[in-house]
Design a protein around this ligand. Structure first.
Ligand SMILES: C[S@@+](CC[C@H](N)C(=O)[O-])C[C@H]1O[C@@H](n2cnc3c(N)ncnc32)[C@H](O)[C@@H]1O
Length: 213
C-alpha cells in the first residue's frame, strides 16, 4: 500500500497544541484561545490514527474536539488529515494524557472524555502500564463538568471487568445505557480504526458510558 505523505510541520501547526520548551512550566490550556470560540470541548485520549476525531469533527461542527496521543507519528498523521479536510474544530496534542489532563486542563472544563481501545498490556507483569487506573479516572473526574460524559470501549473482556470495578468505586460517576453500535455503511463508518479492525474480525466489543454527577 502507498504510504500517504505527511505535510510539513508549518502547515500542520494550526492543528497542533504547541509543545512546551524543555524546562519551561506548561501553562493551563485556554480552550477559547486554542479554538477561537467557546464551544463545548470533548477530549479523546489515545486517538491513534484519528478516525474518531475526523468523523466526529466533521459530523458535529458545533463541538470542539481535542485529541491527546503519546506517539508523535500518530499526532502528525492525524494533523495531516485535518489539514486535508480543513476541519476547524479539532486540535491534537502529543503528550502523556494522564499528565496533560492532570496539569494543563482546567477543572470542570470538558464536556466528554472518550477512551477507545486503550492498550491492554496483555502480560500480568505489564498491567501496571495500563492507562485505565483509579488515578486516571480521578483525573477524568476533575476535568469533566457536572453532567459530562465518559465513554469507554475495549475489545478485552478482562480489562473491561477491571474498568467496571474501578468505575463502581467512583461515586462521582453514574453508569448510563451505552448506545448500541450502528451498522457501518462504508469503511470509514466506524467509531475508530481499532473498532473497524475488531468488528471485521468478529470480536466482541465492550462499551460503557458514565455521567459525571
Ligand atoms: C490500541 S491504540 C487505540 C487507538 C484508537 N483509540 C483506536 O481505537 O483506533 C491505543 C492508543 O493509545 C495511545 N496511548 C497509550 N498510552 C497513552 C497515554 N498515556 N497518553 C496518550 N495516548 C496514549 C497509544 O499510543 C495508541 O495510539
Amino acid at each position: 500500500m502507498r504510504r500517504r505523505r505527511r505535510l510539513p510541520i508549518e502547515e500542520l501547526a494550526p492543528y497542533l497544541l504547541p509543545d512546551v520548551p524543555r524546562g519551561a512550566v506548561a501553562p493551563a490550556i485556554d480552550w477559547s484561545v486554542l479554538f477561537g470560540n467557546d464551544r463545548p470541548i470533548e477530549v479523546e485520549v489515545g486517538f491513534g490514527k484519528g478516525l474518531f476525531l475526523l468523523t466526529s469533527g466533521s459530523s458535529r461542527p458545533e463541538v470542539n474536539f481535542f485529541g491527546v496521543e503519546i506517539i508523535r507519528k500518530y499526532q502528525l498523521h492525524t494533523a495531516t488529515r485535518l489539514v486535508e479536510r480543513k476541519l476547524p474544530n479539532v486540535r491534537v496534542a502529543c503528550a502523556d494524557a494522564k499528565l496533560l489532563l492532570r496539569d494543563r486542563v482546567p477543572p470542570g472544563s470538558v464536556h466528554a472524555v472518550h477512551v477507545y481501545f486503550p492498550d491492554p498490556w496483555w502480560k500480568s507483569r505489564h498491567h501496571k502500564r495500563r492507562l485505565f487506573t483509579s488515578e486516571f479516572v480521578a483525573i477524568v473526574e476533575k476535568v469533566l463538568q457536572v453532567g459530562g460524559r465518559f465513554h469507554i470501549v475495549t475489545d478485552v473482556e478482562e480489562y473491561f471487568t477491571v474498568m467496571l470495578a474501578i468505575m463502581k468505586d467512583m461515586p462521582a460517576f453514574a453508569e448510563m445505557l451505552a448506545p448500541p453500535p450502528t451498522e457501518p455503511q462504508h469503511d470509514f463508518d466506524y467509531l475508530t480504526n481499532f473498532e473497524r479492525k475488531f468488528r471485521k474480525e468478529g470480536r466482541p466489543i465492550y462499551r460503557a458510558v458514565y455521567i459525571r454527577r
